[in-house]
Design a protein around this ligand. Structure first.
Ligand SMILES: [Zn+2]
Ligand SMILES: [Zn+2]
Length: 377
C-alpha cells in the first residue's frame, strides 16, 4: 500500500468507529487488510477483538520477538467537524487518532512483507479497549497472546499541540498512571418533611471533598506530574419532596508511577474511614478504570532516538510525563515497552475533543520510524 492508499484506509476507518470492547467490524477490516500481506500467523479475537499478525524470518529461525502496537477503539463523542469522512456511527468518533495509528501499522505490514529479514520475528498488534484501560490486561490474560514470548514492544501516539512531525521521546515515565476513585455514601432516605428520620449525606460529602482535596494537593507537592480532579458529584434528584440517603463522588487521580497512585488511593482510604466515623451510615471507596503508568525502557528510547536521527526527522526530549494515560503501560509488566509521540501540529484540535481529526501527514513518519526500529532492534 502506498501512502495515498493508507490515507484512504485511515479515512475509511474514521467513518466506522467502534467503542471499546465492540471493535468487531474494525478488527475484521484490519484482518482482511493484513491477510493481503501474507503473515505467517494471523491471530484474531485476542483478549476481545484483538488482532495480531506474526511475521517470521525467511529461514524460520529467530532469537528475538519485537512487537509494534496500534489500537482499535474509538470514543463516545459526537463529531462536530464537517468532513467528507465524518463518522457514520452517530455518537462514536475516532477522537484519539487510533484510525491513524492503525493505518501506520498497516503501512508497516506492507514493508515487512516486502523485505526479507533474518533472526527476528515481528508481531503487529491491534489491541482492543485501549480507552477503557482494559484491553492490554485482557490480552495478557489470553494464553494465546501471553505465550508469545515477546522481547520488547513499541507504540506511538500522535500529539496535538506539538510541532508537526517532530518525534517526542522521554526516558522513564512517558504517560501517567491514573484511576477513578469512586466514593459511595450510604445513609437513609426519608420524606423531606421528616429529615430527622433519615440520614442525608450532603454535609458529609461536602466535608469529605474539602478534606480529600486538601490532602491530595499536599500529597502531590512531591510529584509534579500528579493531578486530581472531581469528575462527578451525585445526590438526589432535582425535586424537593425527598431527603436522599445516598451520594456518589468521582475523582480522577494521576501520578507519575503506579506506586504513587497506590499511595494516593491509601490516602483516600483513610479519609473515607475518618469521614465514616462522623457519619451515621456507610462510606465505601472503589477504584475504576485504572491505567498503569507507561514507563519507557531506556534501551528502547535510545533506539527510537537512533531511528529518528537515521530517518532525518526532528526530535525533542520531553521534560515532564504527559498527564494522560495509555493502556500500553500495562504490557510493561510482561516485557519492556517504549512509547513515543509524533507532534500533530501546534494548532491541531486536542485529543478526545469533538473537533479532532487525525493528521494524515503523520502516517509516513510513523511508518518510517517503525521500519527503522525493525532494523535497529
Ligand atoms: Zn484516547
Ligand atoms: Zn489514544
Amino acid at each position: 500500500m502506498n501512502y495515498p492508499e493508507l490515507v484512504r484506509l485511515r479515512k475509511e476507518l474514521h467513518q466506522h468507529p467502534e467503542l471499546s470492547g465492540q471493535e468487531k467490524r474494525t478488527a475484521d477490516r484490519i484482518s482482511r487488510q493484513l491477510r493481503a500481506f501474507n503473515p505467517d500467523h494471523l491471530m484474531e479475537n485476542l483478549g476481545g477483538f484483538g488482532v495480531a499478525a506474526i511475521f517470521n524470518p525467511v529461514n524460520g529461525n529467530f532469537d528475538k520477538t519485537i512487537l509494534f502496537r496500534a489500537e482499535l477503539d474509538a470514543l463516545p463523542l459526537h463529531e462536530v467537524a464537517d468532513l467528507p469522512h465524518n463518522s457514520k456511527n452517530n455518537g462514536v468518533m475516532h477522537a484519539c487518532g487510533h484510525d491513524g495509528h492503525m493505518a501506520i501499522l498497516i503501512g508497516l505490514a506492507k514493508k515487512i512483507s516486502n523485505k526479507p529479514f533474518t533472526g527476528k520475528r515481528y508481531i503487529l498488534l491491534f489491541q482492543p479497549s485501549e480507552e477503557t484501560g482494559r484491553g492490554a490486561g485482557q490480552l495478557l490474560d489470553d494464553d494465546r497472546f501471553s505465550n508469545l514470548d515477546i522481547d520488547c514492544g513499541y507504540a506511538l501516539h500522535n500529539l496535538p499541540g506539538f510541532r508537526e512531525n517532530t518525534v517526542f521521546v522521554k526516558y522513564g515515565t512517558f504517560a501517567c498512571a491514573s484511576a477513578g476513585f469512586e466514593i459511595a455514601f450510604k445513609g437513609k432516605a426519608s420524606h423531606a418533611a421528616y429529615p430527622e428520620q433519615g440520614v442525608n449525606p450532603a454535609l458529609t460529602v461536602a466535608e469529605f471533598i474539602r478534606e480529600i482535596s486538601h490532602e491530595l494537593a499536599h500529597f502531590f507537592e512531591n510529584d509534579s506530574a500528579g493531578k486530581y480532579t472531581f469528575t462527578f458529584i451525585k445526590m438526589g434528584e432535582p425535586a424537593f419532596g425527598m431527603s436522599p440517603g445516598e451520594a456518589k463522588v468521582g475523582i480522577t487521580v494521576r501520578a507519575s508511577t503506579d506506586g504513587k497512585l497506590r499511595e494516593a488511593f491509601k490516602l483516600a482510604e483513610s479519609a473515607v474511614m475518618r469521614s465514616e466515623k462522623q457519619f451515621d451510615g456507610i462510606i465505601s471507596l472503589s477504584q475504576k478504570e485504572p491505567f498503569s503508568a507507561v514507563i519507557n525502557h531506556q534501551d528502547g528510547v535510545d533506539k527510537v532516538k537512533k531511528a529518528t536521527q537515521e530517518s532525518g526527522l526532528q526530535m525533542e526530549e520531553l521534560t515532564d510525563p504527559l498527564p494522560w494515560s495509555e493502556d500500553f503501560g500495562e504490557f510493561g509488566k510482561k516485557f519492556p515497552v517504549t512509547l513515543f509521540g509524533i507532534g500533530a501540529g501546534v494548532n491541531s484540535s486536542p485529543l478526545h475533543s469533538e473537533t479532532y481529526d487525525f493528521n494524515d501527514r503523520l502516517i509516513e513518519t510513523g511508518v518510517k520510524i517503525f521500519e527503522k526500529l525493525m532494523d535497529i532492534e
